[in-house]
Design a protein around this ligand. Structure first.
Ligand SMILES: Cc1cc2nc3c(=O)[nH]c(=O)nc-3n(C[C@H](O)[C@H](O)[C@H](O)COP(=O)(O)OP(=O)(O)OC[C@H]3O[C@@H](n4cnc5c(N)ncnc54)[C@H](O)[C@@H]3O)c2cc1C
Length: 457
């Protein structure tokens, strides 16, 4: 029987909507939660992710780190109780540089991380230092904080597959990856066991009376109908702006297209036990002399220019999987979300060439490119890249969105915060950093001009 009324209606069955329903029903005891989505669960953005997590975030302030630590605590609880069905690991994020100017900046960044709550710095500046690599699987009993390795013999001993001229590594430790699909389905099952219902339909309107939410209008295969409800949670991912307009709210959000590429690393260029590995230097793509001459006179001559820092990748899958994922955002511009997405036809080749600067054995593929599979989605984000969780200006309406490129890792912390707002519980101290009302503060808005690093990879 389709419901005529609900305690809460959640728009969106991506990771945000599912985590919201899970926290409302399973952890806060609301018995009558309905999720509405016009697509299958987790199928728009949440299954396009690289599925990594990190408590490694810049300031200003420690709100982002505190929120992420809470989110990772919750993910670890879920992993323990489920027998780690979503295969959470703790391999870390390994930042690498060959730029001497960045070596002291790695140390400074690690000190900042310690001050913000990511965990302590361990500096390894001689060959005998006791750097402890991360295990490939599991997440228990691992250090937090970061290891900064500046001794080149130590770098070669542990990471001989990186470029010979690598000068320093920063290994952030409360980081790794997991299966986002498994996590989402596990939370959805737990939520359904507590009475959460998932309906297929388009949220076409939010009805209000006296400035309060009274119902949600749906377009379904069976026609248009309304679910009476006092509370509505917008978790609409890249379509959030249009859902905000249903309430007459213009949300300060924009979308950026981000791609990733998967290919079979049949030559084993990247070790199967590697962490998420990020090159922090700008890169000139490697070309042969002939290729360079040809490009110079063509419409593709920009491929000879330096590309931005940040190409990164990791092995994907257990057992005999040869898959490696690469991601490199060299052209993100705000854009209207359109589906299906289209990607740069050269994305796979560009990412592989860029990554071969850091992992030279990948260059073996450049003369005969492997088959690549490119997909991706939109990062829906605010200007300073901090998400939105909390009330909207219409009473009874809430938002959980703008999860940008970190929606899987933050899903539980963000939904936990949203659930506190919805149920009127005491809020954690980081709550104000994620409320929409922060933009009503002129000092906050002014601070955006000098924000600096927004933590996006
Ligand atoms: C290439 C790439 C790599 C990424 N890597 C990572 C990573 O390593 N770690 C990480 O944590 N995050 C990563 N992310 C980010 C993460 O995938 C997103 O932040 C997250 O999936 C957003 O989830 P969401 O639920 O907000 O949105 P979505 O998954 O897009 O879900 C929104 C849902 O709302 C529904 N909807 C919208 N409007 C309506 C309506 N009117 N009626 C009914 N339904 C509606 C849509 O159909 C959709 O199912 C990555 C993203 C990309 C694209």
């Amino acid at each position: 029987m389709d419901p005529r009324s609900a305690d809460v209606v959640v728009c969106g069955a991506g990771i945000a909507g599912i985590a919201a329903a899970y926290h409302l029903a399973v952890r806060r005891g609301l018995t009558d939660v309905v999720i509405v989505d016009e697509r299958p669960p987790l199928s728009l953005t949440s299954d396009k992710s690289t599925e990594c997590y990190r408590n490694w975030w810049p300031g200003p302030g420690d709100d982002m780190v505190a929120l992420m630590n809470r989110s990772i605590d919750l993910l670890e609880e879920l992993a323990r109780e489920s027998g780690n069905v979503f295969r959470m690991n703790r391999r870390g994020y390994l930042f690498a540089t060959a730029d001497p100017a960045l070596v002291p900046r790695f140390v400074a960044r690690a000190n900042d991380g310690a001050a913000l709550g990511s965990g302590p710095l361990r500096l390894h500046d001689h060959a005998g230092s006791d750097y402890r690599p991360a295990p490939a699987d599991g997440f228990e009993g691992e250090p937090t904080g970061s290891d900064v390795i500046t001794d080149r013999a130590l770098i070669r001993r542990h990471f001989g597959w990186l470029a010979d001229d690598t000068l320093a590594l920063l290994h952030a430790r409360r980081c790794g990856w997991f299966s986002g699909q498994q996590l989402g389905m596990y939370m959805l099952e737990r939520a359904r066991a507590k009475g959460v219902r998932l309906l297929e339909g388009h949220v076409a309107g939010v009805e209000t009376a006296g400035g309060r939410v009274t119902g949600v209008r749906l377009e379904t295969a069976g026609g248009t109908r309304t679910i009476a409800t006092p509370r509505f949670v917008a978790a609409a991912g890249p379509l959030m702006k249009s859902v905000g307009r249903l309430l007459g709210v213009e949300l300060p959000l924009f979308c950026e297209r981000h791609a990733k590429v998967a290919f079979n690393d049949t030559l084993g260029a990247m070790p199967r036990s590697a962490p998420m590995t990020i090159w922090t230097d700008r890169v000139r793509l490697p070309w042969s002399d002939d290729e360079r001459a040809e490009l110079a006179g063509s419409e593709h001559k920009h491929l000879l220019e330096p590309f931005p820092a940040g190409v990164h990748g990791r092995p994907e899958g257990g057992g005999d999987s040869p898959v490696v994922l690469l991601i490199w955002t060299y052209d993100a511009e705000p854009m209207e979300p359109r589906f299906p997405l289209e990607f740069d036809p050269y994305y796979g080749e560009i990412a592989l060439r860029g990554m071969s600067r850091m992992v030279p054995r990948l260059a073996q593929y450049l003369s005969r490119l492997p088959r690549t599979f490119v997909d991706g989605g939109y990062y829906t984000r605010t200007r300073e890249n901090r998400f939105l969780a909390g009330p909207l200006p219409v009473e009874g309406a809430f938002i959980l969105g703008a999860l940008s490129g970190y929606g899987l890792m933050s899903s539980n912390g963000a939904a936990d915060l949203l659930a506190d707002h919805v149920t009127g519980r005491p809020l954690p101290r980081y709550a104000p950093a994620f409320r929409l009302e922060r933009y009503d503060d002129p000092a906050y808005v002014k601070s955006l001009d000098a924000w600096g690093d927004d933590g996006q990879l």
